[in-house]
Design a protein around this ligand. Sequence first.
Ligand code: FES
Ligand code: FES
Length: 167
Amino acid sequence: MSVKLRVNGQAHELEVDPETPLLWVLRDHLGLSGTKYGCGVAQCGACTVHVDGAPRRACVAPIGSLAGRQVTTIEGASGPHAEAVRATWEGLDVPQCGYCQAGQVMSAIALLERVPTPSDQDIDHAMSGNICRCATYVRIRRAIHSAAASIGGQAGQAEASEAEEER
Ligand code: FES
Ligand code: FES
């Protein structure tokens, strides 16, 4: 059966068993190896991608259920939230072994797109499905707060310069 979907803005038509998990289509058919396999049963978050902008566990998402949907992987994550998260992740040196981090970053971006200034509780709730064996949780939380502040700061600057121009 062929399935049509868009991945990182590119259209694909794939001849695969509709039960094939998205994770294997990304890694084996499309060569997008940034999305990781951890548990295979939606328990660790290593395989988190966005489907139509919302976080989704690729290891348990049958490709047949994604016809016509927009999939974004770590390789294609873009826009101000993704940029801010990448910058703070790097600035605060969040990763340790790195294995879980693509999933962490994708969950963090989705959180900030939904909740611009998340509380510790919002962060803990949104990130609770992303396990890190290296226990980088404290740095992750700090990086999300920092990304939120930098996006808020940029928005504030943009508003101020717009107001300045209107004067
Ligand atoms: S590999 Fe998908 S949640 Fe663990
Ligand atoms: S950085 Fe090693 S598992 Fe998270």
